[in-house]
Design a protein around this ligand. Structure first.
Ligand code: PLP
Length: 490
């Protein structure tokens, strides 16, 4: 039977129901954390069969609904903290991030206006100021928390576009896009995130507006090709809105030469947006902060905290070097960010965001920074980068394993090629490695990534998890070999 008043509020019944629900779910989480398998290994068909909504006139009540969620969702969820869960930039989360979520959810503050989130707004603004200082930007608060890298990249591209047309005396915000849209281009490397393409399509400019710059042997943007392609664009009368550099490509973890790119962009009076969704973690690093050299020079930056900052999803940020560009997306809504408020200096963050109603995700990073402190945060970030180097060394020493690229951040690209396949074609080895990845997930024992690097299909270990050791990865690599041998024996 459902409760008479299901709302979280001050009544004794509500408080009792809240405590019961939280206790029941946190106990279930504790049990789930200790499941032996990374995944219980159900197929798409089995899950489709099993999972069904029970929406009836009476309602089940909280306790039964929670029970069902444990059965249908929790038990068949992937254990992201498992040492053999290394396929994606998908992190285990900080304990303190869980506590933050309890506060974020219970208070249900909305970040669009100060009168819906007073203390939360101030915390977010102070955190943006702090992040700007980490990047090396001047003091200020131009920036906002976002749902993640995709949205932050959209903000960078949109403001770059609108700033470009503003210089030509045109307001895209008021009048839409002018002129020959086929002439509009943005540049990024072949290894940039696909959200560049998706965002350009969303902005009405299509995938065709994205010019891909070649990459070097380490998957970094080739600046000579960038220069050549910019010159070509100029000769063709094309309009270059922005160069998107990547700090930490999704597979190889490659960091484009940011300082050089910023220099080239300055010569062309072009906006540089840096997608540091992954590599931005190095802002807190003790050993590898210099990899981000030049970040302070660029116009806008994407950061993601639900990757190597170990925050729960969602948690990202967008930083804008020059606050004046925020004018380009200004919209005054009488009920949220009125002129009256602005004159009085009331921070209504809707002015800085593409979203209106927005979660207080900033609290997670704030509490993470305070709980861990500089040394421990740096240590858990650096762990993955150092571990990737050790794993790469091990891979090169093993006869059946081939390192596909030297690691740069916390990923290792490699393939399994046993003696039986010494003379096999690249296509056969590719298919074989793909099958190993699929078989491992199906067994529920491991999730390794399968991807392509310079046309070579390979396996990917994304070593974000700071509790994982070289020994764990050796066990995983042995499992890969065992699975491969089983496939060959079939
Ligand atoms: C993950 C990632 C993104 C997308 O970020 P979301 O938070 O998933 O939207 C963008 N760029 C890079 C380089 C990434 O690794």
């Amino acid at each position: 039977m459902s409760e008479l008043n299901p709302i979280l509020a001050a009544s004794n019944e509500s408080i009792e129901a809240y405590q019961q629900a939280i206790a029941q779910t946190s106990e279930a989480v504790v049990n789930w954390l200790q499941q032996p398998y990374m995944y219980q290994g159900k197929t798409v068909a089995e899950l489709r069969e099993r999972i069904a909504l029970d929406f009836n006139p009476q309602g089940l009540g909280n306790q039964a609904a929670i029970e069902r969620a444990i059965e249908l969702f929790l038990k068949d969820s992937l254990l992201v903290h498992h040492p053999q869960c290394v396929a994606h930039l998908h992190c285990p989360s900080l304990v303190v991030s869980q506590a933050a979520e309890v506060l974020i959810n219970a208070t249900n503050q909305s970040m669009d206006s100060w009168d819906q989130s007073p203390s939360a707004t101030i915390i977010e603004v102070k955190l943006i100021e702090w992040l700007r200082a980490q990047v090396g930007y001047t003091a200020g608060d131009a920036g906002v928390f976002t749902s993640g890298g995709t949205q932050s990249n959209l903000m960078g591209l949109m403001l770059a576009r609108d700033a470009f047309f503003k210089r030509q005396g045109h307001s895209v915000q008021q009048d839409g896009l002018p002129g020959d849209l086929k002439k509009i281009k943005v540049f990024c490397s072949e290894n940039a995130h696909f959200s560049v393409q998706k965002n350009m399509a969303l902005m009405g400019l299509g995938y065709r507006s994205v010019t891909l710059v070649k990459t070097d042997e380490f998957a970094r943007m080739d600046v000579n090709d960038l220069k050549a392609k910019l010159a070509e664009a100029q000769a063709n009368g094309e309009q270059v809105l922005a160069i998107v550099a990547t700090a930490g490509t999704t597979d190889a973890g490659a960091i484009d030469p940011l300082r050089e790119i910023a220099g080239i962009a300055a010569e062309h009076n072009t906006w540089v947006h840096v997608d540091a969704a992954w590599g931005g973690a190095l802002l807190l690093s003790e050993k590898y902060r210099d990899y981000l050299d030049g970040l302070e020079l660029v116009d806008s930056v994407t950061l993601d905290f639900h990757k190597q900052y170990f925050q729960t999803i969602s948690c990202g940020a967008f930083l804008l070097k020059d606050a004046r560009h925020y004018e380009l997306m200004r919209y005054q809504a009488a009920y949220l960010n009125s002129e009256f408020d602005e004159a009085a200096g009331v921070p209504n963050l809707v002015s800085k965001s593409l979203q209106t109603t927005r979660r207080f995700d900033a609290l997670k990073l704030w509490m993470g920074l305070e709980a861990l402190g500089q040394k421990q945060y740096a240590a858990i970030i650096d762990h993955g980068v150092t571990l990737a180097q050790q794993v790469a060394q091990y891979v090169t020493e093993e006869a059946d394993l081939e390192l596909v690229m030297q690691p740069q951040l916390a990923s290792v690209l490699y393939r399994y090629r046993p003696a039986q396949m010494a003379n096999s074609s690249d296509a056969d080895i590719a298919l074989f490695n793909q099958k190993i990845g699929d078989a491992l997930l199906e067994s529920g024992r491991a999730n390794v990534g399968v991807t392509e690097s310079n046309g070579v299909t390979c396996l990917k270990l994304t070593l974000l998890n700071p509790t994982v050791t070289l020994e764990d990865i050796k066990i995983l690599l042995a499992l890969v070999a065992k699975t491969g041998q089983e496939l060959l024996a079939k």
